[in-house]
Design a protein around this ligand. Structure first.
Ligand code: CP
Length: 351
């Protein structure tokens, strides 16, 4: 294949349409756009595209309300490798603590409102990435994505979701890219999204985004989880709609071994229960019933020589055994590596 000089030469014309857009979930993009994006990221990874410096003279603010290893590093490196300047802001540590609710009396510890912060940043930078986990107290507040939406409302530059209360689309794109690399195709691949035990309830952003992207790419998706840990019904309706449109399918089972049987990919992840949302002590007690929901070699033996995936960070011998995580079918490091390639591609197109 011919080596081209930048993303704009290699990109399908429909990707020109992404310029200036925000990226909040993969649902923001059509299936053809997602497919073209994946093609481009894979070409970039294989050195078939020299991206040049499409971000020369541009800067990107990376606003973190929560910790990160992969997202922080890969976004900084992506922006720098494209010739831009990344500006990392840790909210409340080196920046003012930010308020995001409307109409509050700001007499607490929050010194600045997102209304001003987003507008000020929009004058300095060309895009704003935001990481804002759910507070896990009130599901309606978390589902409303109050922080991400406040940035979107008050910013005049594209907003990139670096993991919000309900979605982690950059991770999902890197995951689908990894599957495509391993199999050559994504459609109809048999994947189980496997709930696993974890000592405390975690956000649903990764499972939500993976399920949505798997459906958009026409995968044969099984979600294996205890009955109390089914994903949001509205999200599931969206997942089912995309699965139908893309000749994929989705089913939910409450038995981990059944879910793993015949799977080509086991995507392990823990998440919190909607039933116990905001009742952390009760939730913690309840999840003790499911301590045995861990990915082991015995479970992997039920798969169709399946690959093991996890977004990381992962708790060894709680979520997955050392043997599986260190074994030859574990592709967690490939997933993390692909974050850089997919983000460079996306940043080039959005900016
Ligand atoms: N997978 C992921 O987003 O990792 P970090 O939380 O370390 O960024």
């Amino acid at each position: 294949m011919r080596r081209v000089t930048d993303f704009s030469q290699a990109a399908s014309p429909l990707l020109a349409n992404l310029k200036g857009r925000s990226f909040l979930t993969t649902g923001d993009f059509s299936r053809p756009e997602l497919s073209a994006l994946l093609d481009l990221a894979i070409q970039h990874k294989h050195g078939l595209i020299d991206p040049g410096s499409p971000l020369a003279g541009k800067s990107v603010a990376l606003v973190f309300f929560n910790p990160s290893l992969r997202t922080r590093t890969s976004m900084v490196v992506a922006v720098q490798q494209l010739g831009g300047v990344p500006v990392v802001l840790d909210v409340g540590q080196g920046t003012w603590a930010l308020e995001y609710r409307d109409g509050v009396v700001m007499d607490g510890d929050k010194a600045e409102h997102v209304k001003e912060a987003a507008r000020v940043l929009s004058g300095y930078v060309h895009a704003i990435g935001v990481r804002c986990f759910p507070r896990m107290n009130d599901y309606e507040e978390d589902r409303a994505e109050v922080i991400l939406r406040a940035f979107e409302r008050h910013s005049s530059v594209p907003i990139i979701n670096m993991e919000s209360a309900t979605h982690h689309p950059l991770q999902a794109l890197a995951d689908i890219m990894t599957i495509r690399e391993k199999f050559g195709t994504v459609d109809q691949r048999k994947v189980v999204l496997a709930w696993t035990y974890h000592p405390r309830p975690l956000p649903m952003s990764v499972p939500n985004s993976f399920a949505l992207a798997a459906a958009q790419y026409g995968m044969n998706l099984t979600i294996a989880c205890p009955p109390e840990y089914e994903l949001d019904p509205q999200l599931m309706a969206e997942v089912e709609r995309h699965a139908e449109q893309n000749q994929g399918n989705v089913r939910v089972v409450h038995d981990l071994a059944e879910g793993c049987r015949g799977a080509e990919i086991v995507y392990a992840k823990s998440w919190g229960s909607l039933k116990y949302y905001g009742r952390l002590d009760e939730e913690r007690q309840w999840r003790q019933h499911y301590r045995h929901w861990m990915i082991t070699e015995q479970l992997m033996a039920k798969t169709h020589n399946g690959f093991f995936m996890h977004c990381l960070p992962v708790r060894r011998n709680v979520v997955v055994t050392d043997e599986v995580l260190d074994g030859p079918r574990s592709i967690v490091i490939d997933q993390a590596a692909n974050r850089l390639h997919i983000q460079k591609t996306l940043l080039s197109l959005l900016l």
